[in-house]
Design a protein around this ligand. Structure first.
Ligand code: ASP
Length: 604
């Protein structure tokens, strides 16, 4: 039976006492000395010294405390036990500074076994490196580790902060369906066959995009949801089949309003997670981001901005530089980089799509060490040094190509040469605005929607929609943190005439538009307010705050890179009876064609 609470009240941590325990293991301090306590948890370690003295390190989610037992202990590692005893100061010289509870111990303990346990598959200890497959197979043990416990709690705190910020700003949380129709976000979708309508299926939402726009037509005005989204795409460190986003939509607002709402929520979350509120989030246009950083996800933690050398080489006789754009990247102190590394960088530039990579090691008095140096005119040599402001000892990398290629290749090399792990501070947020409306052409020569087909073109570029669609900017915007895209959003098209023009530009016929989005277009005819929205990736945000490189570390039950849940064995073969009920029959498909293309194609 539970011991009575010690004199002086219950546990210090509000609400930690239950009918079974008085305190949490990790909260005991010198102030508790003299208190009779009953603790519950798992045996982290047991050490016996003969028949009359044993030590049990007892662990719960709050931490670990040493318990001293005047006898033997039946409980082994990971047994679940209740320990009753009295808190006392540790004997002189035995305090453990590495442990929050290290000044005290619980003495005169009796140990009651609540549940036995098999020997654990690995030590529940952050310092032990365990193969990820083994961790995931025994995730319930893995999650006992302090680091993962902390990550889950950080995640909860971040979500709470996001929710509070949205509530405070007058948003209403609404749940939208999981069994739903296709969403045009461009990813392959998970399909759920219908038992009651053989041959038909639901689709799991890639995002609540369509639902939230319908909620605007429905007059909800300000919607948000901590929403689970599902995309059947290849997994990597920052991507899982299912992920969580703070999904937002508001009526009678423009881009500025949305940036304000989302900044408020993200800065609140940052403050809760890091203890410091970041300053106002700076902004770059997409064109500036590409030009200066060679990417629409610029990492602003370090400089190394790309420099434009197009003018310098405008009249060049160097064939390699005769291109629409010439871009340079200065690597401070890079002149000592060995030739083998330069060759590797050149190979990398080629793999990224460049025709080649020129390099110049800068020596004393403007001497350039480069295979191309003897071909440069004097003013080109001078121009190169002036524009790049390269100093003796630096390295200048140059790519000449179409603008997009020159920027993206050097942007990638910038990251590979100067970048660091995403989670390393300082945290540098940036809004990237004015994305292009379309992103390249599909096989049929139609522009591809860069965001999704409901994104409002930039008002200044509407006249270009028919004749120069790739030059049209949109009212779409991304939030970037340390080079990771945290989320994206846009002002939506709420007018039928503009929507028709965008569909036409995308090569979507009236029939196709009706077939794919008829219900949405119909809803818009019922009176659609101007509206705009955004979605923030919660897993990525938490991973960065937690200092984790992979979002798997901040998800309770993640899947492996190949989409397997090693603990449950999912996905598992479908039983014949289930197939029959669903009206399905299995067909052997050769693996090569099993991949297929995306359901909606094109849209991001
Ligand atoms: N639906 C978009 C996404 O999931 C976000 C938005 O435009 O609100 O990326």
């Amino acid at each position: 039976m539970p011991a009575p609470p010690p004199a002086g009240g219950l546990a210090d941590q509000e609400g930690s006492a239950t009918s079974m325990r008085t305190h949490l293991c990790g909260e005991l301090r010198e102030a508790h000395v003299g208190s009779a306590v009953r603790l519950c948890g798992w045996v982290a370690r047991r050490r016996e010294h003969g028949e009359h003295l044993a030590f049990v390190d007892l662990r719960d989610h709050s931490g670990l405390v040493q318990c001293v037992v005047p006898g033997t202990v039946e409980a082994r590692s990971e047994y679940v036990v209740a320990v009753t005893g009295v808190v006392r100061a540790r004997p002189e010289g035995t305090a453990n500074a590495d442990l929050a509870t290290g000044a005290v111990e619980v003495g005169d303990c009796t140990v009651e076994v609540l549940a036995e346990a098999d020997p654990p598959p690995f030590a529940v200890d952050d310092r032990v490196d365990v193969d990820e497959a083994v961790r995931l197979r025994h995730r319930y043990v893995d999650l006992r580790r302090p680091r993962l416990q902390a990550n889950l709690r950080l995640r909860a705190a971040v979500v709470r902060a996001l929710r509070n910020a949205m509530d405070r700003q007058g948003f209403c949380e609404v749940e939208t369906p999981l069994l739903w129709a296709p969403t045009p976000e461009g990813a392959r979708e998970f399909v759920v066959p219908s038992r009651l309508h053989h041959g038909s299926s639901y689709v799991l939402p890639q995002s609540p995009q369509l639902a939230k726009q319908l909620l605007m037509v429905a007059g909800v005005d300000r919607y948000y949801q901590v929403a689970r989204c599902l995309r059947d795409e290849d997994l990597r460190a920052d991507r899982q089949f299912e992920f969580t986003q703070l999904d937002v939509e508001a009526s009678f607002v423009g881009q500025e309003d949305v940036l304000g709402f989302v900044s408020e929520a993200v800065l609140d979350a940052a403050e809760v997670a890091t203890g410091e509120r970041p300053g106002a989030i700076p902004r770059l246009t997409w064109a500036e981001a590409m030009d200066r950083y060679g990417t629409d996800k610029p990492d602003l933690r370090f400089g190394m901005e790309l420099v434009d050398l197009t003018r310098t080489f405008a009249g060049t006789s160097v064939k390699a530089f005769a291109a629409p754009t010439v871009k340079g990247l200065v690597v401070d102190g890079g002149a000592t980089v060995p030739r083998s590394r330069l060759d590797a960088l050149t190979e990398r530039a080629r793999a990224l799509g460049a025709k080649g990579l020129a390099w110049f090691r800068v020596g004393e008095e403007g001497m350039l060490d480069s295979p191309l140096d003897r071909f440069l005119a004097e003013d080109e040599r001078r121009g190169l040094l002036e524009v790049t402001a390269a100093a003796p000892g630096d390295l200048v990398l140059v790519v000449a190509d179409e603008h997009r290629v020159a920027c993206t290749v050097l942007g990638q090399l910038r990251l590979e040469v100067g970048g660091r792990p995403v989670h390393e501070g300082p945290y540098r947020y940036v809004w990237v605005v004015d994305f292009p409306l379309f992103d390249g052409l599909d096989d049929a020569g139609n522009p591809l929607a860069a965001h999704h087909p409901f994104t409002m073109p930039h008002p200044d570029d509407l006249h270009l929609l028919e004749d120069d669609p790739l030059a049209v900017r949109s009212q779409a915007y991304d939030l970037v943190l340390n080079g990771w895209e945290l989320g994206s959003g846009s002002v939506r098209i709420h007018r039928g005439d503009i929507q028709s023009r965008v569909f036409t530009a995308l090569g979507i016929s009236d029939e196709e538009a009706t077939a794919r989005f008829g219900f949405l277009l119909g809803a818009f005819r019922a009176g659609a307010p101007p509206h705009a929205g955004f979605a923030v990736g919660v897993d990525r945000l938490v991973a960065i705050f937690a200092g984790e490189e992979s979002i798997r570390e901040v998800i309770a039950f993640p899947k492996t890179q190949s989409g397997a849940d090693l603990m449950t064995g999912a996905p598992s073969p479908v039983a014949p009876a289930v197939l029959t009920e669903l009206g399905l029959a299995l067909q052997q498909v050769p693996p090569a064609s099993a991949g297929g293309s995306t359901a909606t194609g094109g849209d991001r």
